[in-house]
Design a protein around this ligand. Structure first.
Ligand SMILES: Cc1cc2nc3c(=O)[nH]c(=O)nc-3n(C[C@H](O)[C@H](O)[C@H](O)COP(=O)(O)OP(=O)(O)OC[C@H]3O[C@@H](n4cnc5c(N)ncnc54)[C@H](O)[C@@H]3O)c2cc1C
Ligand SMILES: *[C@@H]1O[C@H](CO)[C@@H](O)[C@H](O)[C@H]1NC(C)=O
Ligand SMILES: *[C@@H]1O[C@H](CO)[C@@H](O)[C@H](O)[C@H]1NC(C)=O
Ligand SMILES: *[C@@H]1O[C@H](CO)[C@@H](O)[C@H](O)[C@H]1NC(C)=O
Ligand SMILES: *[C@@H]1O[C@H](CO)[C@@H](O)[C@H](O)[C@H]1NC(C)=O
Length: 539
């Protein structure tokens, strides 16, 4: 009796093997089933960290043991969510990459709550500084100035007069378009094995396959509002003009109500996600190869650099591997014979420049009267006579995508007040540009360095920030091969911290579901032997 219930128990767990002498033992293949599933996640950004976090949770719920290892070539968790410090002083954190998310981004906001992080809005810190909160500059004039305190454009009477129904129609279109996207979080859409199919099933193809310009026209949104407001938003968020970015992204860019950032840095969300589930962190470690083994597992090759600077090449085997970052920049050699190799897609090269200066932005630079304050956030659009272009040339006459005065900061050396700025541009801003922007007297040489009195701290970073979000109907595969996964296809659908975190969660669910399916199949193949086993056990 005892024996039979033991057998039943093991059979239920899919781990039954019975020898002729009627003792239940585990063979080596069964030991593997008891051993945890070893999963490697390559990339500790939003996608990889979310994969780790959700994989642990889904696995626990399904009673599957997992052992998660997260690799990153950076020495920090967060990827494109990363923080640097003005004057290199930890009191003054500033986002170098992804800076904002919104309330409806539930993976991020749930994590913020779970990890007791604090968020804050964007504009409050500059209240005492003169100037409108936001202005849209076309390289010659400010076409719009707003004191809304945030990027909400819908409800002002000024706008009604100027743009008629376009703001209200944009809001409705934004809500209906992004509303379809939010279905991806729930059954029957979640988890999704094909982004291409899901986009079609969600009826989002009309948005992804049209340019922003076309999508607005189809939906009766006047071109003036598109040009002045929506394009300012697509340029600051994706460095792209409406004629080239797709309709879906043009709407995503308008969904900025309630934008917040984590105090101290958004990367903390992802760092906590990895810690919360005790995933192994293997940082400062590029993975160079993924080889497939005969038994269906994968061997990773990775390089660790010792404190003495010696590079050591190591290998480790995993049952499943997730590539959680853009494949084309991963510098990984993939095993031969993989079902799907991710395609190369064009990414924006974005120059982010952070700097502190005691100077406010120069009115002269923006062709304003002397003494007139420049808006604290300057977004850009094109001049009316300027043809929109694709790629870096799309920046047009303004020469930059955005300049924001983030906050006042006390200069640690002089004790005086500085301002902290962030500039997005397709090229590195040179001394001539910066001098003119800050209203400094012209130096004798064009490229003479600016003195520390005028720019007290500067930090430059070049990102492959996000794809050129051109109209498309097909998105990269999520499953590249059996037990080999890829999150990066999400980026040519929507590239944000939240969406990439959603893709990580999706991959986590698919891994657990497939593992369950495999266990079930094994169990069924044992179950066919069960009557025989029980019969012999009963003798
Ligand atoms: C300037 C800027 C502003 C942005 N603004 C916003 C914003 O306001 N809001 C928003 O939501 N999104 C924003 N984004 C987009 C957002 O940052 C990305 O969509 C998101 O962070 C991508 O997450 P990910 O995990 O997919 O990729 P990543 O964050 O790039 O993570 C991939 C990781 O993989 C690692 N890796 C790659 N190859 C290897 C390898 N071979 N071995 C080991 N490690 C490897 C990389 O080091 C990296 O850390 C912005 C991006 C930039 C650059
Ligand atoms: C779990 O992963 C770690 C780090 O990759 C590894 O060192 C360890 O051997 C793994 N444990 C098991 C039981 O496989
Ligand atoms: C910034 O601060 C860190 C830690 O205090 C220090 O290790 C590093 O050298 C500093 N960098 C610069 C450029 O001063
Ligand atoms: C967050 O705060 C709550 C209540 O203060 C506490 O119970 C919980 O452990 C905290 N969580 C973390 C991750 O610090
Ligand atoms: C790509 O990886 C190889 C080793 O596999 C390394 O030598 C090379 O420096 C890497 N390139 C980049 C751009 O990281």
């Amino acid at each position: 009796m005892k024996f039979i219930s033991h057998v039943a128990l093991l059979a239920a767990a899919g781990r039954l093997i019975v020898r002729a002498d009627e003792q239940v033992v585990l063979t080596s293949s069964e030991e593997q089933m008891l051993a945890p599933m070893n999963v490697a996640i390559i990339g500790a950004g939003a996608a990889g960290s979310s994969t780790a976090y959700h994989l642990a949770r889904f696995a626990t719920a399904a009673d599957i043991a997992v052992n998660i290892t997260v690799f990153d070539r950076n020495d920090y968790i967060g990827g494109r969510s990363t923080t640097v410090y003005a004057y290199n002083d930890s009191q003054y954190p500033v986002e170098l990459g992804a800076s904002i998310f919104v309330k409806v981004n539930t993976i991020l906001t749930d994590a913020v709550a779970e990890f007791n992080l604090t968020t804050s809005g964007m504009i409050s810190r500059t209240d005492d500084i003169p100037g409108a909160d936001i202005g849209v500059w076309d390289g010659q004039n400010f076409v719009v100035e707003q004191n809304s305190g945030s990027l909400t454009w819908w409800d002002t009477t000024k706008f009604l007069w100027r743009y008629g129904l376009a703001p209200a129609r944009t809001m409705n279109l934004m809500k209906s378009t992004t509303g379809k996207f939010f279905k991806m979080y729930e059954e029957p859409f979640f988890p999704f094995v094909s982004l291409t199919k899901t986009v079609r099933d969600l009826d989002l193809l009309s948005a992804t396959s049209a340019t922003g310009e076309e999508y607005l026209a189809i939906n009766n949104i006047g071109s003036a509002f598109g040009h002045d407001i929506i394009q300012a938003s697509t340029r600051v968020n994706y460095a792209q003009n409406l004629k080239y970015i797709n309709g879906l992204l043009s709407m995503v860019c308008m969904a900025t109500d309630g934008a917040v950032a984590v105090e101290g840095g958004n990367w903390q969300i992802f760092d906590h996600m990895v810690s919360a589930v005790n995933a192994h962190r293997v940082l400062d470690t590029p993975v160079s190869d993924i080889k497939s083994d005969h038994d269906g597992s994968y061997t990773l090759n990775f390089q660790r650099t010792s404190t003495e600077g010696r590079t050591q090449s190591l290998t480790q085997s995993f049952d499943a591997v997730v590539i959680a970052g853009p494949y084309q920049y991963a510098n990984i050699t993939l095993a031969q014979g993989i079902d799907h190799t991710p395609k190369k897609i064009k990414y924006v090269t974005l120059h982010v420049t952070l700097l502190t200066s005691p100077h406010l932005l120069s009115p002269a630079f923006f062709a304003l009267q002397p003494g007139k304050a420049v808006p604290k956030t300057v977004l850009t659009t094109l001049s009316p006579d300027e043809a929109p272009q694709a790629g870096p040339a799309g920046v047009g006459r303004p020469g930059f995508f955005s300049i924001s005065l983030l906050s006042p900061v006390p200069n640690p050396k002089t004790g005086g007040q500085d301002y902290l700025y962030k500039i997005f541009s397709p090229e590195a801003p040179d001394s001539t540009f910066l001098s003119s922007l800050l209203g400094l007297p012209k130096g004798s040489e064009a490229e003479s360095p600016i003195s520390e009195q005028d720019i007290s701290w500067i930090y430059r970073k070049i990102w492959h920030s996000y794809p050129y979000e051109i109209p498309r109907t097909e998105f990269d595969h999520i499953q590249l091969h059996d037990d080999l996964w890829y999150t990066g296809g999400m980026e040519s659908f929507i590239s944000t911290m939240e969406t990439n975190a959603l893709m990580g969660k999706n991959v986590a669910k698919l891994i657990v579901d497939q593992k369950m399916d495999k266990l079930r199949m094994k169990r069924e193949s044992y179950a066919t032997d069960l009557p025989l086993v029980l019969a012999s056990g009963a003798t």
